[in-house]
Design a protein around this ligand. Structure first.
Ligand code: FAD
Length: 269
């Protein structure tokens, strides 16, 4: 379908983007366009203005910040997959980025776009939830840092205000992390995705496509903390989740997949 009519503004700087968002309540940021443009074409999204931040190169980086890694929001999936700082400090993010869609998607789509779009089936948001990442947003009133645990509010809904731009994602360095996803077709979204990391000696597990947002598998984490093995802990993967039923599988099937994939992830950790 052809998108509804919209105006276009190419942002020259972050401040210019924030100002442009402030001029029109129906303005929307455009990053890699790989979620927004399909939504425009389906007329699910009908912004009056697209504020294109895609050429703000200063928001495209991966930086070693001592005990953590800072990722610019406009860093593309392909760049994450090949980045040496991530490869050494938090390889699970690089590996998950390599599983996003196909090469075209990975060369246009950005981590900031993926996080702000908040599709509960997305890969990187699930990994960031397991890592207890922090998300930095800039708006007209300055900068704030949002813990990932309070960022995802519902399907395609986040804690970002309309005039805020997500600028940076901060993650801890971890040397043990696994991301696995089950897909119906090659290069597809996750029917179920599982991120498992060991941070500060504790195992964190997060799930994609098991509820309206990415969710932490708290029952699995508690079982592991109390000494359970991988199989025993994984049996609790569905607890506290709300797996949807759709064309990729029923909620019951997803609950089963979550147990299988959590066990595999824990065994590989
Ligand atoms: P855009 O489409 O430009 O924007 C998406 C939304 O985020 C918009 O609402 C926009 O306003 C907002 N936004 C963008 N950047 C910012 C920012 N910095 N601050 C605030 N708001 C912002 N994803 C997966 O996880 N796994 C997959 O397997 C997968 N497969 C895909 C297959 C196909 C064929 C396609 C088209 C997409 C797929 N995706 C998948 C989604 C892909 O990862 C998208 O690129 C990503 O979700 C959105 O990033 P983007 O930069 O393209 O954002």
């Amino acid at each position: 379908m052809i998108p509804a009519e919209f105006a276009y503004h190419r942002a020259e700087s972050l401040d210019d983007a924030i100002e442009a968002l402030g001029r029109d309540p129906d303005a929307k940021l455009l990053a890699g366009g790989h979620s927004l443009i399909p939504a425009l074409r389906l007329r699910i999204a009908r912004p009056s203005v697209l504020v294109d931040v895609g050429r703000l190169e200063d928001l495209r980086y991966v930086r070693d910040d001592g005990d953590r890694i800072a990722i610019g929001a406009l860093t593309r999936h392909a760049q994450l997959a090949a980045d040496p700082v991530l490869g050494h400090g938090c390889a699970v993010v690089a590996r998950a980025a390599a599983l996003v869609g196909d090469p075209q998607v990975r060369h246009r789509g950005t981590i900031g776009g993926s996080v702000a779009h908040a599709d509960p089936a997305s890969d990187l948001p699930t990994v960031l939830l397991a890592l207890d990442a922090s998300l930095v947003a800039r708006g007209p009133n300055g900068e704030r840092t949002i813990p990932v645990s309070s960022f995802f509010i519902g399907p395609f809904t986040t804690a970002l205000a309309a005039r805020e731009v997500l600028t940076e994602i901060r993650i801890p360095k971890v040397d043990r992390g696994v991301y696995l996803k089950h897909t119906r077709r090659a290069q597809d979204w996750a029917t179920v995705g599982v991120a498992a990391v060991v941070a500060d000696g504790t195992t964190h597990v997060a799930l994609a496509s098991m509820g309206p947002t990415p969710v932490r598998a708290r029952a699995v984490e508690d079982a592991l903390a109390n000494g359970a093995g991988a199989a025993e802990a994984a049996a609790r993967a569905g607890e506290g989740t709300e797996p949807p039923s759709d064309v990729s599988g029923s909620g019951e099937y997803r609950a089963h997949l979550a147990q299988v994939y959590v066990r595999r992830a824990l065994e590989q950790l």
